[in-house]
Design a protein around this ligand. Structure first.
Ligand code: M6R
Length: 369
């Protein structure tokens, strides 16, 4: 059932192009418009939404952090993303015009379930983004948008994450489409580009051998740091989470702009630091700032592992290891940038002799608070 792979995780990483394509299937019509009637929240209600709150845990929370940026950009509706386990303990401000999005692969995560119950008690509408048909979270929500990743067996989430991102982009773009925003043209372009993204993920998978070799060479390290900005920041957190879970290494993700506010003190000779570089086209200011960050940490001895778009030459002089990803629209970059980090963590775990599919102390779905 592992389809010839040594681990479910490897199989699930390889299935990502299909999972992404399946999650888009039937949701974009021939004229390039989104059709999310299945969500069954009337457009009139979506037009009234004045705040979006996303609740989720772990990897799904990282998808939610990226979703926040997409929703705010394309819809201009204020959006916050919160750890489901923190949410109901702070008396959050919710009402009938709040749309709560609960993201969960399993649909059984107790923290997320308790957060959505709390939201509904306050009168908010809840949309579940879920991978498991008929599970508790979608059953208790007002509406559901299913991700079509297929069953995910490995404890470390991979293909579910990519499809959560796709589903969240669809929600963000659909909200923008229904409400009409100044980004109308961009929304049309991004919907078109989403259709090419499965092929881009496939291209990334074909170039992973150097990433595996690099991972093996780092098997005896104690710490790996991850830096990113904007959508690259949650990607950095996700890369670090994968490494903790699978390789049992100390791994931390930071927003690159925070470096000088503390984390740069951690940099020492030969410390591996993975940097997720934003596109030089979209938010070019951020790109240039990250390039300076790479220079700064390298000057202090860090071994820089740079994930950058094809054709981004500015990073070349400062990258000890360069991992290329295809160019995508800015907000979609996590779909390609996360994949090398999954492969990296999986290979490091193998090199360290760890059990990849069943890491110690972890369960696939966390059904207690
Ligand atoms: O089933 P869920 O998406 O609700 O699970 C949430 C987290 O428990 C999950 O993403 C966890 O962090 C994974 N093991 C990460 O790889």
């Amino acid at each position: 059932e592992k389809g010839g792979y040594d681990y479910f995780m490897l199989k699930e990483i390889a299935e990502q192009p299909k999972a992404v394509a399946d999650t888009l299937l039937g949701r974009i019509d021939a004229s390039g418009l989104l059709t999310l009637d299945e969500v069954r929240i009337p457009a009139s209600v979506l037009r009234e939404v004045d705040k979006v709150v996303i609740v989720a845990c772990g990897t799904a929370y990282h998808a939610g952090m990226i979703a926040k940026l997409a929703i705010e950009h394309w819809t201009r509706i204020p959006c916050e993303t919160e750890l489901a386990s923190e949410f109901r303990y702070r008396d959050p401000i919710l009402d009938q015009r709040t749309l709560v999005i609960a993201i969960s692969q399993s649909g059984e995560t107790m923290d997320t379930l308790m957060a959505l119950r709390h939201a509904r008690e306050q009168g908010a509408r809840v949309l579940a983004v879920c991978n498991t048909n008929g599970s508790t979270i979608p059953r208790e929500s007002d509406a559901v948008l299913y991700t079509h990743a297929g069953p995910e067996v490995a404890v470390a989430s991979t293909k579910a994450f990519l499809t959560q991102l796709v589903a969240c982009y669809l929600v963000a773009l659909y909200l923008g489409q229904v409400r009409g925003t100044k980004w109308g043209d961009e929304i049309e372009t991004v919907i078109r580009e989403l259709s090419d993204i499965a092929a881009a993920v496939d291209r990334v998978l074909e170039t992973m051998e150097p990433v595996r070799a690099l991972a093996r060479s780092l098997a005896d390290k104690d710490t790996v740091l991850f830096l990113g900005r904007h959508v690259g920041y949650p990607v950095a957190l996700e890369g670090a989470l994968k490494l903790k879970e699978l390789a049992y290494m100390h791994a931390e993700g930071f927003a690159a702009g925070e470096l000088k506010h503390g984390p740069i003190a951690l940099i020492e000779e030969d410390l591996p630091v993975v940097v997720v570089v934003p596109s030089p086209r979209g938010r070019s200011v951020l790109h240039d700032k990250i390039v300076s960050n790479i220079q700064e940490i390298r000057a202090r001895g860090a071994r820089t592992i740079v994930i950058a778009e094809e054709g981004d030459d500015a990073v070349v002089p400062y990258a000890d290891h360069l991992i290329r990803i295809p160019a995508t629209p800015t907000l979609l970059q996590p779909l390609v940038a996360t994949v090398p980090l999954q492969v990296f963590a999986c290979e490091l775990a193998t090199a360290r002799g760890n059990e990849v599919d069943q890491p110690r102390n972890l369960a696939k779905s966390v059904t207690v608070e």
